[in-house]
Design a protein around this ligand. Structure first.
Ligand SMILES: Cc1cn([C@H]2C[C@H](O)[C@@H](COP(=O)(O)OP(=O)(O)O[C@H]3O[C@@H](C)C(=O)[C@@H](O)[C@H]3O)O2)c(=O)[nH]c1=O
Length: 188
């Protein structure tokens, strides 16, 4: 695997290192040793798959409270997505900045989202599927969100005719400007 640092502290594009032969290729998609060597979360407790029917569907921006913070490794297995992370770590050099990157099924590129970032993605094609590894268990009580169109961050999403979001994701409150602090537990 090849790790390319992204403009958010601790975030990486992770490229597959393919071993090609007449049958096709082989590549590692995750390796505890290599992730640990790069100082990245080296525990995976869930692997999730999400299928999205319609282009323009946007999931996110999700994070869990600091005590349940998740690192995630995303790969787009079918279709294409625009993947965005927002840094909510007050002690980070890139606090409150966002970064977006396109992932598609043809490219050998995944995205590593570090703990403490809100994360979301928009499907750029119908019938898109993503698969991702997560370092912490899903905990709905600890889940929080930043609205995809929060004016504070003003994420520049790809222009689509129709943005489709769940009721949950359309109603995350305006960003309060404190990041994901350890003492936030219990606030909603
Ligand atoms: C994420 C998750 C959801 N669920 C359930 C809750 C709900 O009934 C259903 C759909 O949940 P959601 O609407 O939150 O699914 P979704 O919007 O796809 O949530 C995901 O969004 C992207 C952007 C991320 O970064 C992920 O970490 C995750 O938060 O699945 C689980 O049981 N386990 C899980 O790990």
């Amino acid at each position: 695997m090849i790790f390319d640092a992204l403009p958010i502290e601790g975030a990486y594009a992770v490229r597959l290192e393919k071993r090609e032969d007449e049958r096709g290729f082989f590549a590692r998609a995750w390796c505890q040793r290599e992730f640990a060597a790069h100082g990245l979360a080296a525990t995976v407790v869930q692997t999730n798959i999400a299928g999205t029917r319609r282009k323009g569907t946007l999931r996110g921006m999700h994070y869990q409270l600091a005590s349940h913070a998740e690192a995630k490794l995303f790969r787009c297995n079918r279709g294409a997505i625009y993947d965005v992370m927002i840094d909510l770590r007050p002690d980070s050099s890139t606090f409150e900045s966002w970064y977006g990157i396109t992932l598609n099924a043809r490219e050998d590129r995944m995205v590593y989202v570090p703990e403490g970032c809100a994360h979301g993605y928009m499907a750029l094609a119908d019938d898109t599927e993503v698969m991702y590894l997560v370092s912490e268990f899903y905990n709905p009580d600890a889940e929080r969100g930043v609205r995809w169109n929060d004016p504070f961050f003003a994420v520049s999403w790809p222009a689509v005719e129709n943005v489709i979001v769940s009721d949950k994701d359309g109603s995350w409150p305006d960003y309060a400007g404190r990041g994901n602090l350890p003492d936030e537990e219990g606030d909603r």
